[in-house]
Design a protein around this ligand. Structure first.
Ligand SMILES: *[C@@H]1O[C@H](CO)[C@@H](O)[C@H](O)[C@H]1NC(C)=O
Ligand SMILES: *[C@@H]1O[C@H](CO)[C@@H](O)[C@H](O)[C@H]1NC(C)=O
Ligand SMILES: *[C@@H]1O[C@H](CO)[C@@H](O)[C@H](O)[C@H]1NC(C)=O
Length: 261
């Protein structure tokens, strides 16, 4: 389900970039992820006018950002074309539509590693899709963000290396030891961890162009978030989830200025 949400997120962002009429899709997305959300978390109900306005604001902010960084109008158009290409590229490589079913089927026979192996084989071409996208959007980034772009690609690589370590054995173990159930039962608290820590960043504001970087002054907050997440997951019966989350944070941070935090 995480994969699904993730893919939907990419698709909706690319949709916003590609400026296609995706208003009905957003409502569809909201309805399709609703059953997975824990009690007490609700997604904002937006009517189509509000969604259109939000997307328009985001588009305007991104256009402005591209113009400021590149001095040209074509940078935004190139970036939005690259976003469509990226989403096609990923969809052609990876079809997650049956992953839950595959996992359920493989669990009793202990064949989870075969399921993940199948997806992990696509790791390098997926990273290529991402790098092509990052390169094409690079004109929209300022100098600091351009430097972060390389860090970001390395972080993505680290995440996939982590997930696909030993052909996905680590994730297979995570699933076998009730990891997803642990995450689901703590989902509310994890969202609160996120809210509490990143409140001041105003991430949901579409009025100002988003910035893509991690700098030294963010490291304290990232560490705070990490501690909050790990201590919530430690409340589960199995320690797998907390251990995995901690290892993942540590492993991914290695590529950033926060490596010593
Ligand atoms: C959408 O919601 C806004 C704010 O609640 C409201 O002002 C507007 O009339 C609504 N539009 C439609 C088409 O329902
Ligand atoms: C992205 O740009 C870097 C630096 O210019 C280059 O080395 C790399 O080959 C490019 N990657 C792709 C996939 O185009
Ligand atoms: C997190 O913040 C969002 C936006 O401010 C809010 O709508 C949501 O209810 C908060 N969730 C939790 C669990 O605190």
């Amino acid at each position: 389900m995480l994969e699904k949400v993730h893919l939907l997120l990419i698709l909706s962002i690319s949709g916003a970039l590609a400026n296609t009429p995706i208003v009905p899709d957003i409502n569809e997305i909201r309805d399709s992820i609703k059953p997975y959300l824990p009690e007490g978390i609700s997604l904002p109900e937006m009517n189509s006018t509000q969604i259109e306005e939000g997307l328009q604001k985001l588009t305007d902010a991104l256009k402005q950002k591209c113009l400021e960084a590149s001095g040209s109008d074509t940078a935004y158009d190139d970036a939005s074309a690259a976003a469509s290409t990226f989403s096609e590229c990923i969809q052609n490589l990876l079809d997650f539509s049956n992953i839950e079913e595959e996992i359920e089927k493989a669990k009793p026979t202990g064949d989870l590693d075969i399921v993940f192996g199948k997806y992990c084989i696509k790791k390098i071409p997926s990273l290529d899709c991402l790098e092509t996208f990052a390169n094409a959007t690079s004109p929209c980034l300022n100098a600091e963000e351009k430097a972060f772009k390389n860090v970001f690609i390395k972080m993505a690589k680290r995440i996939l290396d982590f997930v696909c370590h030993n052909n996905g054995n680590q994730i297979a173990l995570f699933i076998a030891e009730s990891g997803p159930e642990c995450f689901r039962s703590k989902a509310n608290n994890l969202v609160t961890c996120f809210n509490k820590t990143f409140d001041k960043y105003n991430l949901m504001s579409f009025e100002t162009p988003p910035t893509f970087k991690i700098s030294q002054e963010n490291c304290g907050d990232i560490k705070k978030f990490e501690n909050c997440v790990v201590s919530e997951l430690e409340k589960c019966r199995e320690s797998t989830s907390a251990n995995l989350a901690e290892a993942m944070f540590r492993y991914v941070k290695k590529e950033t200025v926060c490596k010593n935090f």
